[in-house]
Design a protein around this ligand. Structure first.
Ligand SMILES: NC(=O)C1=CN([C@@H]2O[C@H](COP(=O)(O)OP(=O)(O)OC[C@H]3O[C@@H](n4cnc5c(N)ncnc54)[C@H](OP(=O)(O)O)[C@@H]3O)[C@@H](O)[C@H]2O)C=CC1
Ligand SMILES: CC1=C(/C=C/C(C)=C/C=C/C(C)=C/C=O)C(C)(C)CCC1
Length: 305
C-alpha cells in the first residue's frame, strides 16, 4: 500500500508522455465483424503491422473481401463465418481456429448491432440480438480464448464499445444496455487479470462517438454544433484506436472531447445534464436515424424507395 502514491504519480506522468508502441509482427489476431466498416479497417491496420489474421463475420462475402484486401498486404488470413449471437457457434468456431490455425494472442471484439426501432415497436428478438452480439458474445469469446493467453501470460483483448457505453441518449435502450454491459465486462475482466498478476495480458476499451459507417445513418446533434463535434471518419477512428491498442492503453474515448459528457454525467446533477443534452440536441439525435431504419424496413423487407 505504501507504493500507491508513487504509482499514482507515475500513472499521471505517463499519461502525458508519448507512449511506446508495441510490436505485433507475427501475432495471431482475431477480429469479429471483420466484414463491416470498422472491422475491415482494423484488419488492414493489423495486417500493416504484420499480424496474421483470423477474421470472423456472419456476412461471408464481406468477410472474404476483407481477407482479400489483407492478403494483398502480405499476411496470412483465415476466414470463418460465425453468428456471434449463438454461444455454441462461437465455441465451435474457436475450436476450429485452434485446430486449423493456432493460438490466438489478440482478440478484437468489434462486431456490433443496433435494433434502430423504438422500444415499444421493436420485436423482442431484435432487442435480444443486440444484447447477444454486443454483450453476451464477449463472455463466450473470452471463455474461448483467454485460457491460452493465461497459460503464456501473453495476449490482448480489445473491446469495441461506444461513447454510448459511458453515457446514454434516448431511443437506443438495447444498444446502451449492451454497450454499458460491454464497458462493465471489460473493466471487471481487467481488474481480474491484474488481481491475478497476469500483467502480460492487456485489455483496451474503445469508446467512439458517431462514426460515419452507415450503422447510425441519420443520427445527428443540433445543426449549429455539428461542425464542433462532427461524425468521425472511419479511418481516423481506427487509427486512433490502433494507437491506443499498440500503446496498451486501458481505455480511450474518440474524440477526446467525449471524456467531457462521460465525466459530467457522473459529476453534475441529472437536471443539469438533461439541460445540456437538450441544448446540444443530444436528446433527439436518434430520431432521424430511427426514421431511416423505418423507411428501409417494412416487415423485414427492404422498401424499394
Ligand atoms: N458506427 C458508429 O457510429 C459506431 C460504431 N461503434 C461500434 O463499432 C463496431 C463496428 O461498427 P461498424 O463498423 O460501424 O458497423 P458495421 O455494421 O459496418 O459492421 C459490423 C459487422 O459485424 C457483423 N455482424 C453483425 N451481427 C453479427 C453476428 N451476429 N455475428 C457475426 N457478425 C455480425 C456485421 O455483419 P452484417 O453487415 O451482415 O450485419 C458487420 O459486418 C460495433 O461494435 C459498433 O457498435 C461504436 C461507436 C460508434
Ligand atoms: C447525448 C449527448 C451528446 C450526443 C451524443 C451522441 C449523438 C452519441 C452518439 C453515439 C453513437 C451513435 C455511438 C455509437 O456507438 C452530445 C452532443 C455529445 C452532448 C452530450 C450528450
Amino acid at each position: 500500500h505504501n507504493v500507491a502514491p508513487l504509482s499514482l504519480l507515475l500513472a499521471v506522468v505517463q499519461t502525458f508522455l508519448r507512449p511506446r508502441l508495441k510490436c505485433i509482427d507475427g501475432e495471431l489476431c482475431l477480429i469479429t465483424g471483420a466484414g463491416g466498416a470498422l472491422g475491415r479497417l482494423f484488419a488492414l491496420e493489423f495486417a500493416k503491422e504484420g499480424a496474421h489474421l483470423v477474421l470472423w463475420d456472419c456476412n461471408t462475402a464481406a468477410n472474404e473481401q476483407t481477407a482479400k484486401l489483407a492478403r494483398e498486404i502480405g499476411v496470412q488470413v483465415h476466414t470463418y463465418t460465425v453468428d456471434l449471437s449463438k454461444r455454441q457457434g462461437i465455441y465451435e468456431a474457436a475450436d476450429r481456429v485452434r485446430a486449423e490455425v493456432g493460438e490466438v494472442s489478440m482478440v478484437v471484439n468489434n462486431a456490433g448491432v443496433v435494433a434502430g426501432r423504438r422500444l415499444l415497436e421493436c420485436p423482442d428478438e431484435l432487442l435480444e440480438r443486440t444484447l447477444l452480439v454486443n454483450c453476451h458474445a464477449l463472455f463466450w469469446m473470452t471463455k474461448a480464448f483467454l485460457p491460452q493467453m493465461k497459460a503464456k501470460n501473453h495476449g490482448h483483448i480489445v473491446t469495441v464499445a461506444s461513447a454510448l457505453g459511458l453515457f446514454s441518449t434516448a431511443c437506443v435502450e438495447d444498444y446502451c444496455a449492451s454497450k454499458f454491459g460491454a464497458v462493465g465486462f471489460h473493466e471487471s475482466l481487467t481488474h481480474e487479470l491484474l488481481a491475478e498478476d497476469l500483467d502480460g495480458i492487456k485489455t483496451t476499451l474503445l469508446c467512439p462517438y458517431i462514426v460515419d459507417t452507415g450503422m447510425f445513418a441519420g443520427c445527428e446533434i443540433r445543426k449549429e454544433l455539428r461542425s464542433l463535434i462532427p461524425p468521425l471518419e472511419p479511418l481516423y477512428t481506427v487509427q486512433q484506436s490502433m494507437k491506443a491498442i499498440l500503446a496498451e492503453q486501458q481505455m480511450v474515448c474518440i474524440p477526446r472531447l467525449m471524456y467531457i459528457p462521460f465525466l459530467t454525467r457522473a459529476l453534475l446533477p441529472w437536471d443539469a445534464n438533461l439541460a445540456t443534452y437538450r441544448f446540444m440536441g443530444g436528446d433527439k439525435c436518434m430520431l432521424p436515424f430511427i426514421k431511416n431504419v423505418e423507411l428501409k424496413t417494412s416487415n423485414g423487407h427492404i422498401k424499394s424507395s
